[in-house]
Design a protein around this ligand. Structure first.
Ligand SMILES: Cc1cc2nc3c(=O)[nH]c(=O)nc-3n(C[C@H](O)[C@H](O)[C@H](O)COP(=O)(O)OP(=O)(O)OC[C@H]3O[C@@H](n4cnc5c(N)ncnc54)[C@H](O)[C@@H]3O)c2cc1C
Length: 354
């Protein structure tokens, strides 16, 4: 079994650079180790925090009073190769500890289409089903075929088909019932094609100079997405203080018809995406800006990104989680006061609440 270390500070393991010490800290390099470590902690009733790349976490300044398990499992297996029976699809099974963007880069290089617009998203593969990672018109629910999990309630390892994962916008059954499932590996079904999936996001289509629905070479899609993301400080970069964040701090609110009508009265002509199910998605960035919080707005040592109002940042690395949360509360309350809409945090808060 891997070593357990005491009192390891967690801030260096999160992209927002917050978090006090873990009571105990260990790493799992194989699926077997991961399951054994978590099973033993559960038997001992020791609280567990599963740590991937730490890019969607806000950890309390008091740290974590339990065991932090860092997922360090590796391996990519291609389960369908070109053959007479090949139906044009490839299944790629990836261990939870693999770096997500490295996988996307490989898919683009191999001619496996379906995740290219998810280029540049930090973190590990095992976290992608948790919040159904998405950007620029794609999310992983479109390509996840199965998720291998350890069910901490039943003590069993098994495969969940995509339909059992409850995928929705930045949500899943894993997020709904946090802590129940450890993701061990994810299988993606990808089209064998040199072309991207149909471009579904206006800003990306404009950058590529194509119409919505067009397909472009995979490498062009990846490069355009990376350029757009860099412009917003949404690619990890040690030289960019705006990237010292947990990505978007708030999800885009999805309103029912009555709430949408109420917002339209308060903010006639506001931007909106009408969803097929009759709900209306509102860009949280627009709400934040128009509630009086411009780019670069500061509270103590915490700051709204100077490139994009959705990201709250720790530009010097010296702000604590409490300062970040104070800024988040100010923004959330200001948006509610102006527009009557409650913003909800996207990152997972550990030992904190908004
Ligand atoms: C600059 C930046 C840009 C971002 N852009 C986007 C974006 O465009 N779209 C988007 O969707 N997200 C984005 N994010 C958020 C984040 O990158 C993703 O949510 C990512 O999938 C988190 O992966 P991680 O490995 O860092 O997870 P962590 O932050 O380590 O963990 C997140 C949660 O998942 C749990 N978890 C992690 N691994 C496992 C596992 N194997 N089994 C069970 N639970 C697990 C953790 O306990 C925690 O609750 C961005 C973040 C940053 C910093």
């Amino acid at each position: 079994m891997a070593d357990r270390l005491a009192g390891v500070p967690l801030a260096p393991y999160t992209t927002l650079r917050t978090g006090g010490p873990a009571r105990a800290f260990t790493q799992a390099r194989t699926q077997g180790e991961l399951v054994a470590i978590v099973a033993e902690a559960d038997r001992e009733r020791e609280p567990v925090l599963v740590l991937g790349g730490g890019s969607n976490l806000v950890v309390s300044d008091d740290g974590f009073d339990g065991l932090v398990v860092r997922v360090a499992t590796r391996g990519v297996e291609v389960t369908a190769r070109k053959s007479a029976a090949d139906d044009g699809w490839v299944r790629v099974t990836v261990q939870a500890g693999e770096d997500w963007d490295a996988l996307v880069a490989r898919c683009v290089a191999e001619g496996w289409s379906g995740v290219e617009c998810l280029s540049g998203i930090p973190g590990l593969v095992g976290s992608t089903p948790i919040q159904n990672v998405g950007a620029y018109g794609q999310d992983v629910s479109q390509t996840v075929a199965a998720v291998r999990v350890y069910d901490r309630r039943t003590g069993e390892v098994g495969d969940l088909a995509a339909a059992a994962c409850g995928f929705a916008y930045r949500h899943s059954a894993f997020k709904h019932d946090p802590g129940r499932h450890m993701v061990l590996a994810v299988t993606y079904a990808l089209e064998r094609s040199p072309l991207s999936g149909p471009v579904a996001y206006k800003e990306l289509a404009a950058r590529l100079g194509v119409e919505i629905g067009a397909r472009v070479p995979l490498a062009d899609a990846r490069e355009a997405v990376l350029e757009l993301r860099r412009g917003k400080g949404m690619v990890l970069d040690p030289d960019d203080p705006d990237a010292r964040s947990a990505g978007s701090f708030f999800t885009n609110p999805v309103l029912g018809p009555e709430e949408a009508a109420a917002l339209a009265l308060r903010a006639p002509g506001h931007p909106r995406w009408d969803m097929p199910d009759g709900t209306v998605k509102i860009p949280a960035a627009w709400l934040i800006e128009n509630a009086g919080f411009p780019r670069g707005y500061e509270r103590g040592r915490a700051r709204i990104s100077t490139k994009h109002t959705l990201a709250l940042t720790n530009p010097t690395g010296e702000a604590g989680a409490a300062e970040l949360l104070a800024l988040a509360r100010e923004v959330r309350d200001g948006v509610h006061e102006k527009f009557g809409v409650w913003l909800v945090n996207e990152p997972v808060l550990v030992g904190l609440s908004l």
